[in-house]
Ligand binder design. Structure first.
Ligand SMILES: [Zn+2]
Ligand SMILES: [Zn+2]
Length: 286
């Protein structure tokens, strides 16, 4: 079942400033009513007061956040290849379009009908088609484009600041200003330090499968992986990082495997792989 979501303007802008997350957290369990492959349509209120379409997240996985997580226990992950953020500027107001949908949205001020749990609404396939038709001609938000994370992490680990800067130049995509500044200035040195710390903590072993290159080859081959990707606003911190063998690291990226705090593990398609080793604190990055 597709969903419609009202994304408060300040939260939406904040998310874009830090790097589009391509996921959504909610306290309302209705978020998990969506079928995998169905769309969550998000609309928001622009600073000039107009209501505009903000994003389409095509559901790829549904996971739980840790107990007490400030943005609610339910998370929806958008499929990176199919989800999109729309550019707010230049869009025409969609108040009348939203009111044609088979949902209750009374009152002068559209946003007021979508407060609290009413922010997430189930919509019909017909309503989904209306929104899709409207979205067909909308330009995309350049700040929501993704960086090639696998390459970025490899460069961060090698500590090659120049190569990181080149990646921004070459990548056919923009990136929000805050993460760009951070990645170019601090991330290169900090990343190495955290990976070293995790290697010491886990004796170089993969936290998912306990593969131990130190005992087999007397060298370190496991890599730091950011639970929330740096290019998606993730922090370069130990609590946003796990140590993975190259195979698992590649699998996590190839499948964009989300991390589930309910089981403390990655969701690879339908199968769940809990971390076998965990002795540092992980926080659910916002
Ligand atoms: Zn592994
Ligand atoms: Zn990674």
């Amino acid at each position: 079942m597709p969903l419609l979501y009202y994304w408060r303007g300040d939260n939406y802008r904040d998310d874009l400033d830090r790097g589009a997350a391509y996921h959504l957290n909610q306290g309302n369990p209705a978020l998990h009513d969506i079928a995998i492959g169905d769309s969550l349509w998000a609309f928001t209120r622009r600073e000039d007061g107009a209501y505009v379409l903000a994003a389409e997240l095509v559901a790829k996985a549904l996971t739980r956040n840790p107990p007490g997580y400030r943005y609610g226990p339910f998370r929806l992950w958008g499929d990176l290849a199919r989800s999109r953020y729309f550019r707010g500027e230049g869009q025409r107001d969609i108040t009348s379009l939203i009111r044609t949908l088979a949902i209750t949205a009374k009152g002068d001020q559209l946003g007021r009908a979508f407060q609290g749990n009413a922010a997430v609404r189930r919509i019909s396939q017909a309503d989904d088609s209306i929104l899709r038709w409207h979205a067909a001609t909308l330009p995309l938000e350049p700040r929501a484009r993704l960086l090639p994370e696998e390459r970025l992490e490899a460069l961060l680990q090698s500590g090659d600041e120049r190569a990181v800067a080149d990646l921004f130049q070459q990548a056919p995509c923009g990136i929000a200003e805050a993460p760009r500044r951070y990645l170019l200035t601090e991330a290169v040195t900090r990343n190495r330090q955290y990976v070293d710390e995790l290697r010491e903590l886990y004796l170089g072993r993969c936290q998912l499968c306990q593969w131990s290159p130190r005992s087999i080859y007397s060298t370190d081959l496991c890599e730091g992986h950011h639970l929330r990707w740096l290019g998606r606003g993730g922090e370069d911190s130990r609590s946003n990082m796990v140590l993975l063998c190259p195979n698992h690291h590649r699998a996590v990226h190839r499948l964009d495997a989300p991390f589930d705090w309910g089981v403390m593990g990655f969701k690879f398609g339908v199968s769940m792989h809990p971390l076998e080793l965990l002795c540092h604190e992980l926080t659910a990055a916002v």
